[in-house]
Design a protein around this ligand. Sequence first.
Ligand SMILES: [Zn+2]
Ligand SMILES: [Zn+2]
Ligand SMILES: [Zn+2]
Length: 274
Amino acid sequence: MKDFLQNSVALRLLYKMVNGQISEVLPVIGLEDIYYPILKQISEFNGEEGKSFLEKLNLEGYLTKHVYDKVYRCPKCRSMNLRPQLLCPKCKSVDYVQGNLIVHYVCGYIDFEERFVKPDLTLQCPKCGKTLKQIGIDYSNPGYAFKCLDCGEFFHFPFERWVCRVCNNAFQLSEAVVEDVYSYRFNEENRDKVKKAIFYVEPVIKALKEIGFSVECFCELKGKSGSVHMVDILAKNHSKELVIDVEEKGEHSVTVEDTLKFMAKFLDIKTKGS
Ligand SMILES: [Zn+2]
Ligand SMILES: [Zn+2]
Ligand SMILES: [Zn+2]
């Protein structure tokens, strides 16, 4: 890739980061892709292009990357569109119910509370017929659990697996393909270099804003020939659209005064010409 300081998307992004409009480029994890909303605003990159663009900015030292999250993909088709499935750990049925468990120590019978409750609200074991007397002595109440209606198993923790919504593959989380998702921050080590490359437009932008223009920096415009040119500034108000390339004057940057003079001339020409 050509030098990033000649690349309009990179310049637009770095400009926003250097002057603090964006502190971090954050991802959005969708059902099928991972994308960076800021890149959608300033470029036409799709999710994959955006990702590799940020990777290159990282490799070139302009951005640092940080693990923001992890995504899990189907081991068969790599889709992220997964749903959980909780099953009976013994027979893998999905036909189970939850209830409040009672264990009768005297005969070893286990079932949900409602199977023990009599109309007078005392508890009686449906297996041995004895009345339950004192919790912790002749019976216990280990809390809520599941009962499989296919095989009768009681369990606290269902067997968990994931099903791919795209190819219907079912697998355990340990079999999924795990991928780090990154966020990106400006690499402060390169602040001076980037500032030098970018901030020559700043006084012009300031001046344009002061006289009521909305301003976009480092835009790509398509010329009549169809070729794309990058311009430093595209400024618009209700009636005019200005395309401005800022010339650097040797060591010195352009002053606000220079800009206003230039603007006055430009607007004058426009008015006369129209
Ligand atoms: Zn799949
Ligand atoms: Zn079962
Ligand atoms: Zn019993």
